[in-house]
Design a binder for this molecule. Structure first.
Ligand code: MN
Length: 205
């Protein structure tokens, strides 16, 4: 069963240079992201087999495998579109207004998001999300691919802080990676995600 598949990348592997190297992009997209896609489909297959054979004792492990791998697939799918060779600068329009009212201005948001990214312990993501219940933006540290994010948060902007995302180019200097990444953020994509999140029904929860 192939439910999930690798999305298309809207730009070439070298398109985000010098901020993110082609070597990182190729490995990250074609190997790491592909592994999450394969893992999510495999978990679904095994869950179906477990139900067919009434082997319910394996379900706990398989559901964990599904959460991790589907998390990886979703996170990376958003991450690629959050970036563009034409990115960088500052957001405008309703997104800028929302960031100002929630975080106290562009600089305060940028410093907060960077701090969320740089203070992660272990592997994870910095996430700007729309909270459907509160009707507000929020920042989260997403651990591994699936932990520490409440349900019904719609991801708008994600930064991959796993070592595979930066180590070949930035080694252990995470701060330089985060500083460079701001130059490729696709604010048009983030704004469109916020627009769509705003249109979600308010009685989802
Ligand atoms: Mn990654």
């Amino acid at each position: 069963m192939t439910v999930y598949s690798l999305p298309t990348l809207d730009y070439g592997y070298a398109a985000l240079e010098p901020f993110i190297s082609a070597e990182i992009m190729e490995l990250h997209f074609s190997k790491h992201h592909q592994a999450y896609v394969t893992g999510a489909n495999t978990a679904l297959d095994k869950l179906a087999e477990a139900r067919t054979s009434a082997d319910y004792g394996t379900i706990s492990k398989l559901e964990k495998d599904l959460a991790f791998n589907l998390g990886g697939h979703i996170n990376h799918s958003i991450f690629w579109r959050n970036m563009s060779p034409d990115g960088g600068g500052q957001p405008t329009g309703p997104l800028a207004t929302e960031l100002d009212s929630t975080f106290g201005g562009w600089e305060a948001f940028q410093r907060s998001f960077s701090e969320v990214a740089l203070s992660l312990q272990g592997s994870g993501w910095a996430v700007l999300a729309w909270d459907c219940l509160g009707g507000r933006l929020g920042l989260y540290q997403l651990y591994d691919q699936q932990n520490n994010l409440p349900a019904a948060q719609i991801p708008l902007l994600q930064l991959d802080m796993w070592e595979h995302a930066f180590y070949l180019q930035y080694r252990n200097v995470k701060a330089d990676y985060v500083k460079a990444w701001w130059n490729v953020v696709n604010w048009d994509d983030v704004s469109q995600r916020l627009d769509r999140a705003h249109s979600l029904p308010t009685d989802l929860i």
